[in-house]
Design a protein around this ligand. Structure first.
Ligand code: SF4
Ligand code: SF4
Length: 193
């Protein structure tokens, strides 16, 4: 007898209860996101595309040390350093120190956006932005070159190569002990880490 009543419950009540769940859900707040038509902001510290930062006069913070490449568990970064020079007959100065990153590539086919590279960078040259739209249709386009990664020039910045333009000496330059260059150029345009 018990067996037969259980069978009736299964046949008639359980489907009705199932539709009850559907009915209740119809009146709940919709959580579907209409991406890519509506883009929601990420968390401030979200790890997206990398950025190579600049000093307030436009010189590059990267010194070509390769520490980021050595720290990367996915072997996604390739760096070639080269020497800066203040000799007018040479290539010129791209960063304030002895060396700069002449070639800088990040392979986003390999990168897992873990952030270990930005932790390894000694000059805060490398940070990560909130940009997450990194899909593309060719393998080549997902290998980002230095020109793709460099922070944009802000007002008051000059495109390298050029001399260190701010302060009387290196101590002034690195400590920011100089008059502000121009409105909007008071920072290094670092992305959230
Ligand atoms: S985020 Fe991680 S995987 Fe991507 S380049 Fe940096 S260290 Fe390598
Ligand atoms: S991004 Fe930082 S760690 Fe990488 S080569 Fe440049 S200075 Fe060195």
């Amino acid at each position: 007898m018990a067996e037969s009543s259980k069978s009736i419950k299964e046949q008639f009540w359980d489907p009705v209860a199932g539709f009850g769940v559907t009915f209740r859900t119809m009146f709940r707040k919709v959580v579907t996101e209409q991406y890519p038509f509506e883009k929601l902001p990420t968390a401030p510290r979200f790890h997206g595309r990398h950025q190579l930062n600049r000093w307030p006069d436009g010189l590059e913070k990267c010194i070509g040390c390769e520490l980021c490449a050595w720290a990367c568990p996915a072997d996604a970064i390739y760096v070639e350093g080269a020497g800066n020079s203040d000799d007018p007959d040479s290539e010129g100065r791209f960063s304030p120190g002895e060396r700069y990153g002449a070639v800088y590539q990040i392979n986003y086919l390999r990168c897992i956006l873990c952030g270990l590279c930005i932790e390894a960078c000694p000059t805060r040259a490398l940070t990560m932005t909130n940009e997450y739209e990194l899909a593309d249709s060719t393998r080549e386009s997902l290998i980002y070159e230095k020109s793709d990664l460099l922070a944009p020039l802000l007002p008051g910045m000059e495109q390298p190569p050029h001399a260190m333009l701010l302060g009387d000496d290196e101590t002034d330059y690195y400590r920011g002990q100089y008059a502000a260059p121009a409105p909007g150029a008071g920072g290094t345009e670092e992305a959230p880490r």
